[in-house]
Ligand binder design. Structure first.
Ligand SMILES: [Zn+2]
Ligand SMILES: [Zn+2]
Length: 458
């Protein structure tokens, strides 16, 4: 068996991993780096040591896991591509949106390599994907089987992170190899927690996103929802508007579900709610697939219940923000030129306005800089915008779609792997897990896999 980490650095960037077992060659995930540009945004596909691949297995539809899938498929046209049906539907929307973003970047930043693929290529890619359901056995050659034989075979398990997200169990050479993808072991407002295998595995490839943060022992989703509700009500009672920067896929639907439940219980006043165009498309997929997802509120149709207004790029500078309004706009990290970035620039110096963060923001991103700023600090959200004094109310809430580190450690203890690869984390997070797992499981080998290096084992 051979494992190669195809990311360019040990970080949460463009996720992709090469795995060879019983002469079958596969790649797990095909991400695109959210911050890098051009070739540097792609995984190290040149480090794949073979001319052809048998399969590409996709864990979920976030950009850092599917963003370069058409590029990988172009390099390996014979590879079969597997993912869950919701992941396929969401990836279709995400990849086409990505072509639009890259085309704009080509014009604005002069990036001649962009777009890295075209709408037509994305369309062709979508046609070739094969969808699989949770807890079905499939051979790497694409045959559904009633038992996990012949090997190597794979099986997907709900990972509780976003709609369609999966952990992938691969059986081969008499071994069990489990890739967690992005996972959440806690119930979210909309999505149910992961349903992962409990039997021992030999090799575990595990995400470590939250390794740098201890879970507050008093944390509960319910309490956090209440705190969020109170903050919203206070802001609206002041006559203010609230911006909630969110990822279009996952966090938007979680926040809209919360707002709907608050309103339904009569706890939140009726004010206009705004979302972006991409979020609307993605929410439509959530509504269409409500019956297919392991989720709470199975009959909830989010768009009908919330009736949000849709804000486009052209409206963002002119939309009236004087009265009570809630804006759930992407991107979650307030990346330059996105809707949340532009609106935040308009709210920043107004003490009546609020910005509520509900998820992770890279410390170097505009959202990360704003989170760490204090009232009165000068904040610049884009190099083309002026620095402004921060006078608005900025608060943070924890609605993470990733498992707290303590629960990841519990899972590792349960499946007692003899070999553990730590991935999808920044260095402090990876180091914490390594140190902790060496103590917890002294007989296991714990590796932070160097990009491009070959790890062979029997
Ligand atoms: Zn994800
Ligand atoms: Zn991820």
């Amino acid at each position: 068996m051979l494992f190669i980490n195809l990311t360019r650095q040990n970080e949460i960037g463009a996720n992709s991993y090469y795995l060879e077992i019983e002469n079958k060659r596969m790649v797990l995930d095909a991400g695109l780096h959210p911050k890098n540009e051009g070739e540097a945004a792609l995984p190290l596909y040149k480090a794949i040591p073979v001319e052809s691949l048998d399969a590409i297995l996709v864990s979920h539809a976030h950009q850092d896991h599917i963003g370069s899938l058409p590029v990988l498929m172009r390099r390996f046209p014979d590879a079969r591509v597997f993912m869950t049906y919701p992941t396929a539907r969401l990836s279709d929307v995400m990849l086409h949106n990505s072509v639009n973003v890259m085309s704009r970047q080509r014009d604005e930043l002069g990036l001649h390599a962009y777009p890295l693929f075209t709408h037509r290529e994305a369309d062709r890619a979508v046609q070739l994907w094969q969808s699989v359901a949770f807890q079905q056995y499939w051979t790497i050659d694409g045959e559904r089987v009633s038992e996990p034989n012949p090997e190597p075979s794979f099986e997907m398990f709900s990972s509780g992170h976003i709609l369609g997200s999966a952990g992938i169990l691969i059986r081969g050479e008499g071994k069990r190899i489990f890739y967690t993808g992005d996972v959440n072991f806690l119930e979210q407002t909309l999505l149910r927690k992961a349903n992962f295998p409990c039997e021992p595995v030999d090799v575990l490839i595990i995400e470590t996103t939250r390794g740098d943060r201890q879970l507050d022992p008093n944390y509960s989703r319910r309490n956090e929802e209440q705190r969020f509700l109170q903050a919203l009500e206070e802001a609206l009672c002041r006559g203010g508007s609230v911006l909630i920067p969110v990822f279009a896929l996952g966090k938007t639907q979680e926040v809209l579900t919360m707002l709907h439940l608050f309103r339904e219980r009569g706890e939140l006043q009726e004010v206009p709610i705004y979302i972006g165009g991409l979020s609307t498309k993605i929410t439509i997929v959530h509504d269409q697939l409500a019956h297919l997802a392991p989720r709470q509120h199975e009959n909830l149709q989010i768009l009908d219940s919330i009736s949000p207004y849709v804000l486009n790029r052209s409206d963002i500078q002119t939309t009236q923000i004087n009265r009570k309004r809630i804006y759930a706009l992407s991107s979650g990290m307030m990346t330059e030129k996105t809707l949340s970035n532009r609106l935040a620039d308009r709210l920043l110096s107004d003490p009546k306005k609020s910005i509520f963060f509900v998820g992770y923001a890279d410390p170097d991103s505009p959202g990360g800089r704003l989170k760490s700023a204090r009232p009165g600090d000068l904040v610049q959200l884009d190099e083309n915008l002026p620095s402004r004094e921060m006078k608005c109310d900025v608060q943070e809430f924890d609605f993470s779609a990733h498992a707290p580190r303590e629960l990841l450690i519990d899972y590792v203890r349960k499946v007692v792997p003899r070999l553990i690869f730590l991935v999808h984390g920044d260095l402090p997070a990876l180091s914490w897990f390594k140190e902790r797992l060496v103590q917890e499981l002294p007989s296991a080998t714990v590796i932070i896999p160097e990009p491009g290096r070959h790890y062979k084992f029997n």
